[in-house]
Design a protein around this ligand. Sequence first.
Ligand SMILES: Cc1ncc(COP(=O)(O)O)c(C=O)c1O
Length: 368
Amino acid sequence: MKVPFLDLKAQYATIKDEIAAALQQVLDNTAFAGGPFVAAFEKDFASYCTTKHAVGVGNGTEALWMALIALGVGAGDEVITVPDTFIATAEAISFCGAKPVFVDVDEKTYNMDPAKLEAAITPKTKAVIPVHLFGQMCDMDPIMEIARKHKLFVIEDSSQSHGAEYKGKRAGSIGDVGCFSFYPGKNLGAYGEAGAIVTSNDALADKMKMLRDHGSSKKYYHTYLGFNCRMDGFQGAVLSVKLKYIDKWNETRRKNAGLYTQALTGAKGVTTPTEAAWAKHVFHVYAIRVANPGALISALGEKEIGTNIHYPLPVHLQDAYASLGLGKGSFPVAERCAAEFVSLPMFPELTAEQIAFVAGEIKASLKS
Ligand SMILES: Cc1ncc(COP(=O)(O)O)c(C=O)c1O
């Protein structure tokens, strides 16, 4: 049985007609860059995230970068995040001139360990970016408490956690701003590149709306030095259609994760993901940990089961960050996780039979 890692076609088939009608409307209105379809999505997405505003941008990396710039982060500042993330989180910090500073992650949730946060704060620290990895939110209460005590901004990197909750609060609604990627494979994915920033701060939202459009709120008059980070009209229209289904799709992901965990509980040498007591996990990624990921990945590959590793090398060990001088052993939990993670196929349309097959092949491979 072939089990792809991700099957975007299966989901597209369920909404094909609605998508075609939405794209046709954009064409009929020639509303390609920003415009009414982006504005309509922003309104609905802000309401979904329980924030006052959403600002649509070109992708998740731009969302983080613009949020940092809007908060005044720049050269000489430090921003704290985790090494166990996609490199974009750190790149956004570097590209506004600041320095990324890492704290290790928690062994169970793979998210920022709040107990290690305070030690990383220096007089140069301006902001913290907790990353809600794999679909589960960080332990936000202690993170917010420490950030407020030291007067630091909090930017939630919610790129993998659309609709996830922490003690009933939605991802992106707790910090000063929340940043989202709508890369096609995300829980809420565009049909191209897109991203958004959410906030309940009116002044910040106004500034970010200007920054994404060359620092302008009136055509050809520029208050700030900005950039072109506008969202495409087509993406706004696609996302408005898909937003109606996100809760249903997240529930199916949760159900699929439950089936995997049930089937793999007790399997020798497999650590399944943990859902923290505070969390509603939306399983963007279902990652197990095993001692020898390479052997498991090739055994599953032989059975036509797709897998992935998120991420094989923590950010502090990437060549791009060699200048930080952080060697092996700097963040042992993140490094151990990177050496053990295997991401299994996970998308809402995955069937119970496919999950049972994948789990069976994992058990068979680990026995041999
Ligand atoms: C945690 C995290 N942050 C940021 C990004 C960057 O988003 P984008 O690819 O839309 O620029 C991603 C996307 O993969 C991500 O997973």
